[in-house]
Design a binder for this molecule. Structure first.
Ligand code: SF4
Length: 483
């Protein structure tokens, strides 16, 4: 994990295209816009029916490690012919650096070729895999997504559409899927709606993507979100929709609006940027601070800092400047050089900080080590006081739905009380938004509820993991100060 970006990591972004010439170029741009959801590897699969042999289906595949801009070039786009396809960007940690795990996965069934791109994590993948292996399935990767491949291939239903339904009925957990078959694009979202997926229109064809920022870049019109539990089938005959599973209580991932999704994206038709500003406002109501200036830890804390400043009436200023040109191949320094690694990415503006009571706003606190270094750096610029405010409740539990969370031993809030965290950060005060405050900022209503399991351990389904309570010394919003 990058030292300055000590955040939870989204594990994937997906895109799909149907009925648009040069689908590979649309996929490329879509994945480029979704790059923040995964930087380890990118892949695209397109299907083509050559004009001279329209009954033949050709599959074109490209997968590469690294950023989309590094792994895909003009020659690749020219080679990936066809007017429909799916693409994927991936982030993964353990066992991740294997080309076999890079999506989309493409495979041949008795009913024709299929390619699949998945964002999320199946909570019963291990169980299903064991069962399938015991009856002869041979897995090629260590990815949970491969379970879909086998379930679709082994289903005895007569059509691919039914086979996809059969597969979805057997899995639990989080999935947003883009699937292409020889004559259709399918977009599917798990019944709790944990991960996002949107539908758009472009040039008489259709696109699906994890976020609307991908639609913006390709000039597509946002049609709507794929509904939780819905499967949309798009083919030459038109589009149809169905719900293969029983309805379940909704549980949108609250970290999408807090941090994962780009601020220029819409989620459930609502602006992420507006949501983040609102979180900052509620944070200021719950954890007020007397200060001279509000600053953000850029870039992700920006919108929340704006909201905090607006609600508190304390001026917002740029106290830290981020260097965007470090590059992903930057060699991680050893322990003694950690402060330097923070400085390489963030530089303080002394004239903003010197002699001031500074309110520092960030979106979340994971391990706490980077935050401590950043606050130390701000103090070194002559800040009189530092009041740290966080737009997510303390993270105390791991995620099982497609987000890379450190072990509980490494999650600062799972190990320390809020008072002890303040001490560790050497901040004059520390305040986290409460779970109730976050729900208020997200305007949770019946029928639109959020997963907050990484703050509470209240997982939306039984994940079979022993859940222990966080240390707690806080009532309400969890505001602690020196005095
Ligand atoms: S546990 Fe946290 S990160 Fe995972 S889906 Fe729920 S809210 Fe999102």
């Amino acid at each position: 994990m990058n030292d300055v970006d000590e955040k939870l990591k989204e594990e994937c972004g997906v895109a799909g295209v149907f009925g648009i010439e040069n689908a590979s170029r649309i996929l490329y741009l879509s994945l480029f816009a979704l790059q923040h959801r995964g930087q380890e590897a990118a892949g695209m699969v397109t299907f083509d029916r050559p004009k001279q042999a329209p009954d033949t289906l050709e599959l074109h595949v490209h997968k590469a490690f690294g950023l989309v801009s590094e792994g895909v070039n003009e020659a690749v786009l020219n080679r990936l012919k066809g007017d429909f396809g799916v693409g994927h960007v991936r982030y993964s940690t353990t066992g991740g650096a294997l080309l076999e795990n890079v999506q989309p996965f493409q495979f041949k069934t008795i009913l024709g070729a299929v390619a699949i791109a998945h964002n999320g994590n199946l909570t019963n993948a291990r169980e299903i895999r064991k069962k399938l292996e015991s009856t002869g399935s041979v897995f090629q990767s260590t990815s949970d997504t491969e379970v879909f491949v086998h379930l679709i291939a082994r289903s005895e239903s007569a059509t691919i559409r039914e086979r996809i339904g059969d597969a979805l009925r057997q899995v639990t957990g989080a999935y947003s899927l883009a699937i292409i078959t020889k004559d259709a694009l399918y977009a599917a979202r798990d019944p709790r709606g944990l991960r996002p997926l949107v539908l758009g229109k472009l040039d008489g064809g259709h696109v699906v993507a994890s976020e609307t920022c991908a639609l913006d870049l390709i000039g597509a019109e946002y049609v709507r979100d794929v509904e939780p539990g819905e499967v949309i089938e798009i083919s030459k005959e038109g589009s149809s929709t169905w719900y293969p599973q029983d309805k379940k209580p909704l549980s949108f991932c609250s970290f999408e609006p807090i941090y994962f999704a780009r601020p220029d994206s819409l989620l459930h038709g609502e602006s992420i940027y507006v949501r983040r500003r609102r979180i900052g406002e509620v944070l200021a109501e719950e954890c007020p601070a007397e200060g001279d200036v509000v600053i953000a830890i850029p870039d992700s804390g920006m919108a929340m800092a704006e909201g905090f400043a607006k609600r508190s009436g304390i001026p917002l200023a740029m106290g830290l400047v981020r260097n965007h040109y470090i590059g992903r191949t930057f060699l991680q320094p050893d322990q003694n050089q950690r402060d330097t690694s923070v400085k390489l990415k963030l530089n303080p503006i002394k004239s903003v900080l010197y002699g001031k009571r500074v309110i520092v706003v960030d979106d979340s606190l994971v391990r706490g080590t980077t935050a401590a270094r950043i606050l130390k750096m701000i103090k070194s610029q002559g800040a009189k006081e530092i009041h740290f405010r966080v737009g997510a409740p303390p993270i105390t539990h791991s995620c099982f739905y497609g987000v890379d969370t450190p072990n509980r031993e490494e999650l600062m809030a799972a190990q320390k009380t809020v008072a002890a965290i303040r001490q560790h950060l050497d901040a004059d005060s520390l305040g986290f938004i409460s779970e109730a405050g976050l729900r208020k900022a997200l305007e949770e209503v019946e029928g639109k509820s959020y997963c907050m399991a990484c703050f509470s351990g209240a997982y939306p389904e039984n994940i079979g993991t022993s859940i222990t309570k966080q240390p707690t010394d806080a009532k309400g919003p969890g505001l602690f100060s020196k005095r």
